[in-house]
Design a protein around this ligand. Structure first.
Ligand code: 5GP
Ligand code: ZN
Length: 140
């Protein structure tokens, strides 16, 4: 584990957190600077930076908790919507380099935006370019 990882320090109990759910491999706790009441982070206890770095079993364990916890968070803060997302990599806004999924409860009048708002200028792609990109992803 990297010495300076704040989420590893939370897993180790060296930094306090408001735990809302815990399994052998996964921890979920409230975000210290919430974007909404109930803003929750779900992390693997083992240190990995990127979502694609997680071993398959751990990935399943993390996403099982995200799936189970999202409606529970919504029920706790009495709303029926949430954005669930991962900033995967620095250019995508990842500040803590320990993989985490955000569960951000939403309500119609909270002044927020859909997840589409995170990207910059929309590319104007032709059908041929889209076909090429799909092939590149299939073959990557
Ligand atoms: P990122 O930009 O990496 O996706 O988000 C990191 C999140 O971790 C931020 O929303 C930030 O508020 C939260 N965070 C950073 N340090 C701490 C901490 O020490 N405790 C808790 N509970 N959340 C933290
Ligand atoms: Zn870590």
């Amino acid at each position: 584990m990297p010495e300076d990882c704040v989420f590893c320090a939370i897993v180790d109990g060296d930094i306090p957190s408001r735990t809302v759910h815990e399994t052998d491999d996964v921890l979920a706790f409230l975000d210290a600077n919430p974007l909404a009441p109930g803003h929750t982070l779900v992390i693997p206890k083992e240190h990995h930076q990127h979502v694609g770095d997680l071993p398959a079993d751990l990935s399943r364990a993390v996403f099982d908790v995200v799936s189970e916890l999202t409606p529970r968070v919504q029920a706790a803060v009495e709303c029926d919507a949430a954005n669930v997302g991962i900033n995967d990599g620095e250019a995508a806004g990842q500040e803590v380099p320990h993989m985490h999924a955000h569960i951000i409860p939403r309500s119609a009048d909270d002044g927020g935006e859909p997840i589409h708002a995170v990207a910059g200028f929309r590319p104007d792609l032709t059908d041929e370019e889209l076909d090429e990109i799909a092939a590149d992803v299939r073959n990557a």
